[in-house]
Design a protein around this ligand. Structure first.
Ligand code: CDV
Length: 312
């Protein structure tokens, strides 16, 4: 018996700085309905899918950007998406900026988060971005800022996976996809499907020679992560030119073989779909990448604990 899950990647085009949440949520609902029409049981939305990519602007006081954050998930603006998901019987993942309730010391925390929601509209779990790229201080010489390190804390929670949708599902966010540890952490927990939202500006200020390689690196990392861990990977972009900044689209669905089985062809709102046979993962997890049989953590441990390069 195969375990087939029909999945969608709901790529978004630009979201304007002044676009109200309610209008964005209508766009998300339209894509969710397309997913339902295409037979999807699960639709992935991008990173920070409710607002423009606000870390491109500096504010002296970080709280000056709190209007871009969600204090509850679902909240008043996102409840219609949860309701429609339950009505349609389509689950989803959604990236958003999370502002926590004050803790015992009265401190609030800001995370680049993604929520995973079941087909009945219930919350399965939440992931907070682990690898936070960019910079903390204003760098006016850049054509635009990438101030994620100013606005978001790094997650202390790592990479959990959840048994849901008939398999084992994990989440990651944008820059996380470039790091092999992201996939391996989840691979070691038996992950079969990883959903990854991203906002990737084409222009990379620290080294513009990478600009023309953005598409290559995007697929390179996710295809390698899928293959080396025997898992499906969905990469879903907010693409196009948003507030003057061009971002990569090229959303895709990748099989455990590392092959791309569906890819977006526009830079706007677009749904791509695939039928993911979760049992395909076994062909890699039980052969080439049989971790229990072939991995050598004893040796890796020994090498990484050595100090420095061995000199001749
Ligand atoms: N949103 C991101 O994490 N963007 C980074 C850029 C800044 C390199 C990315 O890895 O795509």
């Amino acid at each position: 018996m195969t375990r087939e899950l029909r999945i969608g990647a709901a790529q978004l085009g630009p979201i304007g700085k002044d676009e109200p949440r309610a209008v964005v949520v209508e766009r998300l609902i339209a894509l969710l309905r397309q997913g339902a029409d295409a037979g999807c049981e699960l639709v992935a939305f991008p990173e920070l899918a409710l607002t423009t990519f606000f870390p491109r602007w500096y504010t002296q006081d970080v709280a000056g950007h709190d209007h871009y954050f969600e204090k509850a998930m679902p909240g008043p603006d996102t409840q219609p998406l949860f309701d429609e998901a339950a009505r349609l019987g389509v689950g989803f993942s959604l990236g958003y900026a999370e502002l926590t309730e004050p803790d015992a010391c009265g401190d609030q925390h800001r995370y680049n988060a993604t929520v995973l929601v079941e087909r009945d509209g219930s919350v399965v779990g939440k992931f907070r971005k682990v690898h936070i790229p960019g910079h903390e201080a204003d760098e006016p010489s850049r054509p635009f800022q990438h101030l994620e390190r100013r606005y978001f804390e790094e997650s202390p929670d790592g990479f959990p996976v959840w048994r849901c949708f008939g398999g084992i599902v994990g989440l990651a966010t944008c820059n996380d996809r470039r790091w092999p540890e992201t996939y391996r952490e989840m691979g070691l927990q038996g992950v079969e499907l990883i959903l990854i939202g991203y906002n990737t500006p084409i222009h990379y200020a620290p080294d513009p020679s990478q600009n023309e390689l953005q598409g290559f690196h995007n697929h390179l990392t996710m295809q390698a992560g899928a293959y080396q861990n025997g898992t499906w990977v969905v990469g879903v972009a907010k693409g196009g030119t948003e507030e003057g900044v061009e971002s990569l689209a090229e959303s895709c669905i990748i099989a455990p073989s590392g092959q791309i089985v569906a890819q977006a062809v526009t830079t706007g709102d677009e749904l791509i779909t695939a039928t993911a046979d979760l049992d395909w993962c076994k062909q890699y997890k039980e052969t080439l990448f049989d971790f229990a049989r072939y991995r050598r953590p004893d040796v890796y441990q020994r090498i990484t604990s050595q100090k420095g390069v061995i000199e001749p």
